[in-house]
Design a protein around this ligand. Structure first.
Ligand SMILES: C[S@@+](CC[C@H](N)C(=O)[O-])C[C@H]1O[C@@H](n2cnc3c(N)ncnc32)[C@H](O)[C@@H]1O
Length: 211
């Protein structure tokens, strides 16, 4: 129903090879958000935060679902080119995105303020040494079990989310999603899982919210 945002500028030299092109994981997230539109409207979101926004495709799409003027759309990325691409994608799709270059949400003071939190993380299983780049490798290098970046972020989620806040996380089976779900159950969050096969990958979005 809602069109995929225009990201045709990703073929420009400054973005090509430097910014993650929307792929199956991105599109699974778009589908999940669209199916959840009624739920999302029911929590009356005012501040949305996407960690690792890359092209900005997901936040632009969220903006088209919820309305460009009803929410503040914050986006972070450690890759400077990704932050620039996010701004451009927002402009092209007439969604006011606010990209910030930082590690997760480290530049922001948003305790219990985020209504919709999204992270399509670098989840690919790689040697730990591949982690730490500020360039395109940061889009996929996930270290042991593809969990090293994810595990650094998980303890921040409870503090970021507002009372009715919701967190969407993309994972693959190698990331051991059941362990992630248990982590959130221990802090009293519920989980809903949406799974899809894409080539060799079994991709899921995990949706977490307080009980
Ligand atoms: C798999 S890509 C997802 C891009 C986009 N959100 C999408 O769904 O198409 C992961 C993104 O996370 C960013 N990233 C990796 N580690 C990060 C960190 N510690 N803080 C912020 N962004 C990070 C990468 O630079 C990359 O843009």
């Amino acid at each position: 129903m809602f069109p995929t945002p225009d990201t045709s500028h990703l073929s420009l030299p400054e973005f090509k090879y430097n910014v993650y092109d929307p792929a199956e994981d991105t599109f699974l997230l778009l589908d999940t958000l669209e199916s959840d539109l009624e739920y999302l409207n029911s929590i009356y979101p005012t501040i949305c935060l996407e960690i690792g926004s890359g092209s900005g495709c997901v936040s632009s799409f969220l903006g088209s679902l919820l309305g460009g003027s009803t929410c503040l759309y914050l986006c972070t990325d450690i890759n400077a080119k990704a932050a620039m691409a996010t701004l451009e994608t927002g402009n092209r799709n007439m969604i006011p995105l606010n990209p910030i270059m930082c590690d997760f949400s480290s530049a922001l003071r948003l305790k219990n303020k985020i209504d919709v939190l999204i992270f399509n993380p670098p989840y690919v299983v790689t040697p730990s040494e591949e982690i730490g780049s500020y360039l395109i490798e940061a889009a996929w290098a996930g270290g042991v079990h593809g969990r090293e970046v994810i595990d650094r972020f998980l303890p921040l989620v409870e503090d970021l989310l507002s009372k009715h806040g919701v967190f969407y996380l993309v994972v693959i089976e190698e990331n051991r999603p059941d362990e992630i779900i248990k982590f959130f159950e221990k802090i009293n969050f519920k989980c809903e899982k949406t799974t899809k096969s894409a080539g060799n990958e079994k991709l899921s979005t995990l949706k977490f919210f307080r009980r």
